[in-house]
Design a protein around this ligand. Sequence first.
Ligand SMILES: NC(=O)c1ccc[n+]([C@@H]2O[C@H](COP(=O)([O-])OP(=O)(O)OC[C@H]3O[C@@H](n4cnc5c(N)ncnc54)[C@H](O)[C@@H]3O)[C@@H](O)[C@H]2O)c1
Length: 276
Amino acid sequence: MNLFGKKKKLSHHAYAVVTGAGSGIGRSFALQLAKRGGTVICADIDLNAANDTVQQIESLGATAYAYQCDVAQADQVQALADQAEQIMGHPVTLVINNAGVGLGGKFEEMRLEDWHWCLNINLWGVIHGCHAFVPQLKKNGFGGIINVGSAASYTAAPEMSVYNVSKAGVMALSETLAAELKKYQIQVNVLCPTLVPTNIIKNGRIPGRYSKLADHALMNYAFTTSDAVAKLTLDRLDKGELYTIPQMDAKLFWSMKRTSPTFYNKFLGFSYQFFK
Ligand SMILES: NC(=O)c1ccc[n+]([C@@H]2O[C@H](COP(=O)([O-])OP(=O)(O)OC[C@H]3O[C@@H](n4cnc5c(N)ncnc54)[C@H](O)[C@@H]3O)[C@@H](O)[C@H]2O)c1
């Protein structure tokens, strides 16, 4: 609370850790936080990419630090949490568990190795982030967590079984934590976008038969940008909202699934018959 009894905006002057900050939505979160007066640790498995984001932030006159971290590795995320306060010279006030990968294909095409790869990053990466940072946020009695889910958290689209499962878990965890941490003044938000133009298709494991089409759709028909999505999510966190469903199509599926789940699933099965 400030002198006037107003709640502090979590996205303003934050001391933030962003995973997957070397590209796409994570980079946009890091830049947007810097523009709001924040200091950011840009964590990524790709240190060069994290360094590029740091340079962009420094060119804005703000402070950021690059940190190499594979979110699938619990010990690396714990080390990041243990060092973050010392690196920034201030306790962490905001954690953004964003790092993730794309994976598509029919259920029977998915090897168990694919399940482990994707769940280890998309779901375990978020679990590791929450597990490592929640105790310090609770100790400080203030803070925010943004977990990057997807519209896949609730749409259950065909040929995305592994990705859907990973993102449904992110939403369930975020909803549970939101209720559990409210009394500790810790605000949680889960971001659930449809298409956002980033490198996710190029970096992911998408079957050759539709990888070009998927990348084309992502880059040309997304009707939003990673910057717009990051900005909206931070604004919604500041307002105390749990869900960020940024686009019209994401909102339409969200409403169909919740108001008529059986009809929604029949609609998916029907539409999929015509998918080659
Ligand atoms: N782009 C979309 O259409 C879209 C839609 C819904 C949700 N999302 C989610 O947004 C998040 C960000 O993805 P993006 O679209 O910006 O993709 P991106 O590929 O542009 O960026 C992902 C970043 O995460 C990093 N990363 C990958 N594996 C990592 C690991 N094990 N540890 C740490 N960093 C790792 C990559 O190096 C990269 O910098 C993901 O969780 C993704 O599932 C994206």
